[in-house]
Design a protein around this ligand. Structure first.
Ligand SMILES: Cc1cc2nc3c(=O)[nH]c(=O)nc-3n(C[C@H](O)[C@H](O)[C@H](O)COP(=O)(O)OP(=O)(O)OC[C@H]3O[C@@H](n4cnc5c(N)ncnc54)[C@H](O)[C@@H]3O)c2cc1C
Length: 416
């Protein structure tokens, strides 16, 4: 039976970064992936463009990480977002930084990011086995001695000195992230916090499907819970068949999902004219009214056609009626405050990340080592760490994996 220095379960962003880091330092590394290819999720990330990281400065970066960004602090200091950019550039992957400090491959292809990582891992000497699913850990004397893996009709026991669980979360399970790591961690005595979809579309109560595919740009979206303001974002949204998606919705979804789960009333309020205050909007409408007479004609000047019926229903105005002062008042108020009650959220299948995971209290943030089992480490989304959109989630995977691998290397050196 072969013995490895390190077995890494899961060849996603974290597993690959961890494998290359350890193998470059001379460790005998086995990276096991259950899908037919490594990094399936990276390949579809960023709408196929892969938002690799975000170049916000340390504290600003951490402000986008939940539920306890302090946990990421040592890992991000050790392998920062800036080092990630240098790292990919050193591998020959040119990058560009776009609006919001988001970093993408210059080629615009997420596939290139995945291939560049895989090539580097292979060059480092790590062995990658695909189509092999780890089923369980074998624990002896409070240490993991081996794993059971299914190589398609052929179950094998593989031994190693150290183990790194990098199996990701439970969102987009078609990419291979089916939550197996939570079971392995439980087997080792770890606690899994409650799991929720995050960066996920939200469902609108009594949704008008006519709105499907309508995109609204340069708007402001505010989240209210039990009638109290919680947060707002500026940018674009898109309606879908059941409700709302798009960057702003996804960013507010973490807090919305939490509130919905706690049975609270959740509303999203759209400011369709965020650049104009009440008085400016009134002036603008007064100007438009010199050329139009009906509510419909006025709204056509102010809004996309697709949203007019919903807007009229919500404001309770008759579209074909002459505009009255009362109608004008209602229109101004609704343009600044069009309210949608949120009735739920989409499932993990459509969530960009999983909020929740292996309890951070049971993992040493300076090493990513389990506080329960001596030769077990964790990296990436399997941990109870998630972040907003903008490249933060991949950076969490890279930073935690780099730190875990470097600490395993040090541990082994100490024992030599
Ligand atoms: C559609 C989409 C777009 C995204 N876009 C971005 C983006 O642009 N920027 C960003 O920062 N983040 C993005 N994310 C989030 C980001 O991709 C993830 O947070 C990140 O990939 C997590 O990396 P990971 O290595 O921890 O887990 P994963 O990438 O999920 O990798 C885990 C791997 O483990 C394997 N595995 C699981 N169980 C087993 C087992 N039992 N045996 C063997 N292998 C196993 C899986 O097959 C998988 O390959 C996106 C996510 C999605 C779904």
């Amino acid at each position: 039976m072969q013995t490895y220095d390190l077995i890494i379960i899961g060849a996603g962003a974290a597993g690959l970064l961890g494998a290359g880091t350890a193998a470059e330092k001379g460790l005998k590394v086995l990276l096991i992936e259950k899908m037919e290819k490594p990094a399936r999720k990276v390949r579809i990330s960023g709408k196929g463009r892969c938002n690799i990281t975000n170049t916000k400065h340390h504290d600003d970066f951490l402000a986008h990480v939940y539920p306890d960004s302090r946990f990421l602090n040592p890992a991000l200091r050790n392998f920062s977002n800036f080092k990630t950019v240098e790292f990919f550039n050193s591998l020959g992957l040119k990058t560009v930084t776009e609006r919001g400090e988001r970093v993408f491959p210059e080629s615009g292809k997420a596939w290139d990011v995945a291939e560049c990582l895989v090539k580097w891992v292979k060059k480092s000497g790590a062995e990658i086995i695909c189509n092999a699913e780890v089923k369980s850990l074998n624990i002896e004397n409070s240490k993991i001695s081996s794993i059971n893996a299914d190589f398609g009709n052929n179950e094998k026991i593989i031994k190693a000195k150290y183990f790194l669980i990098a199996t990701g979360g439970i969102s987009y399970p078609l990419t291979g992230s089916t939550g197996d790591g939570y079971n392995f961690a439980k087997q080792a005595g770890h606690t899994i916090t409650s799991l929720q979809p995050s960066l996920v579309p939200l469902k609108i109560k009594n949704h008008n499907t006519q709105l499907n595919k309508l995109q609204l740009k340069n708007i402001s979206l505010s989240l209210y819970v039990d009638n109290n303001y919680v947060d707002d974002e500026f940018g674009e949204i898109e309606f879908n068949k059941t409700g709302l998606t798009g960057a702003l919705t996804l960013r507010l979804s973490r807090k919305a999902v939490g509130a919905l789960t706690a049975q609270k009333r959740v509303e999203l309020k759209l400011d369709l004219k965020p650049a104009l205050n009440y008085a400016q909007l009134k002036n603008r409408i007064a100007r438009e009214m010199q050329t139009v007479t009906t509510n419909y004609a006025l709204l056509r000047k102010l809004l996309p056609q697709q949203i007019i019926t919903t807007f009229a229903e919500k404001t309770n105005i008759k579209l074909q009626k002459q505009i009255t002062d009362a109608d004008m008042e209602k229109i101004i108020r609704a343009l600044k405050n069009l309210t949608f009650e949120i009735s739920g959220f989409n499932d993990f299948d459509e969530a960009i990340v999983t909020a929740g995971g292996i309890s951070l209290e049971e993992v040493d943030s300076k090493t990513m080592k389990s506080k329960i089992v001596d030769n077990l480490y964790f990296a990436g989304e399997v941990l109870n760490l998630d972040a907003s959109t903008g490249g933060y989630n991949l950076q969490i995977a890279f930073s935690t994996a780099r730190l875990a691998a470097q600490c395993i290397v040090k541990q082994l050196e100490r024992k030599l």
